[in-house]
Design a protein around this ligand. Sequence first.
Ligand code: HEM
Length: 496
Amino acid sequence: MPAEFLTQKGLSYDGTEFKAIADDLQGNILKSHGRNHTAHIFFKFRPGKVAEAKAFIRSFEHLVTSAAKQKVDTNDFDTNGSQHIFTTFYLSAAGYYYLGVKDSKTPTDPQFRAGMQASAQKLADQPDQWDNGYRNQGVHGMILLGFGGGVRAQLLERETLNISNQLLRNGLAEVFVEKGDSIKNDNGDDIEHFGYVDGISQPKFFREELNPDLATNWNPMAFWDLVLVDDPGGRPGKSYGSYLVFRKLEQHVRDFKKTEQKLAQSLFNSDSELAGAMIVGRFENGMPVTLSSEDTELNAHHDPGIPVSGSFVGKLNDFTYDSDAEGARCPFHAHIRKSNPRGESKRLDPTITTEAEQLHTMARRGIIYGKRDVHPNKQKNLDKLPNGGVGLLFMSFQRSLANQFEFIQSAWVNEDNFVHGFLPGDKPTGKDPVIGQGSFDVLTHQYTRTYDNANTIDKLHAPLDPANHVNDFGKFVTTRGGEYFFAPSKTFLRTL
Ligand code: HEM
């Protein structure tokens, strides 16, 4: 039975419930660490080094930033600008097995225990084509370091080298490092490499994070046990952890933007901003396309040059698709509609309430990787855009890998017949054009040119590649590797 407070919503960041668990819980789970630069140190212990590996982890524990320390550090930053390095530690199932942790102390999620590659078919992954380090269940764990910007980022470099050297010393482990560096738009919002503001829609775990007046249509407040589970290796009833999905997702920005342009020419009067919004479900500045015609002022805000500010900010997440049930404004296939249908599952089964559907959501904690010479929103010459070497280090926390990340990727995003296609007479929706995996050699995506007028819906396909075969917009993101991890309690790390 989970502790009672885990199934309550709207608890306080200053409350006794948080204080009771926050010293033993790792940071970044209930709240994002918010740093602009990260290093992800992946390691695989070498054979015959179990005692040394355990000693390393025990001695490392004091560096790990608890949820409580994260809060103190954030206050420190807010009040006097002091920056603290953020450190967390994760183990894969292969890591637990290597260390010889007892079965009764090993996290129980079946997908975690089998590892990400065991789910390859379900996720439409091709692990034989992943980067070397991730193949063959090769990773035992990951250390995440986060730091702010400026010269102090050198501290991150130094600490990364220092920890890597400790792992490499005396042949303790093999190591490789991924680096995350956020990019902001002119409004100071984090964007991803296709140029869109990311991280707007998240489950919220503390009442201080939400203005109830701006959650009248969509309420993102979540139970803590959406992400927290008992850590069987910690103190019963006191130690919590969470399952972490890590995926390195490479973005082919040039191909994406060129195809977006074709889509614009084909259906949207060469308006590439609008065509892109039909793919993502938001304009570049974060404005949801489904709201864009309901409010004429909002409508004007689809230009990425115009900051989304004032009363508009709150509206960015306070919506459902109820008033757009025909997909007249936001296509059913759009990334944010496929990955969070905001109550539309009831179309397939009326017994699925919005609250039940929300149990599939997860806390997204990713950061982008790869350097750009020119800012993503400012490079107008499409030929100069990167077609590889940049992307997203996707990370998410959840209590169940099958019911959250895997469900979203397989039952929603990759599924042609979600949210339309299952019922008799339905036309399939097609895959998510941003992250859908599997075959795109069909033409299922439907757009409406009169997107701003729900009364005159003319649904059209976009023939993007008529010379060869027609196909849906997609395949511009390639999974280069990944693994499932557990974020154990500090007690587990200390007493291993
Ligand atoms: C939202 C981009 C990968 C799930 C978004 C947004 C953008 C975006 C621009 C809108 C901002 C927001 O609503 O917070 C990308 C890119 C990806 C990627 C470029 C890969 C390179 C993924 C993956 C998943 C995912 C792998 C899950 C399997 C979501 C969810 C939302 C979202 C759940 C919020 C939808 C909502 O609540 O309305 N993404 N994403 N994304 N993405 Fe992704």
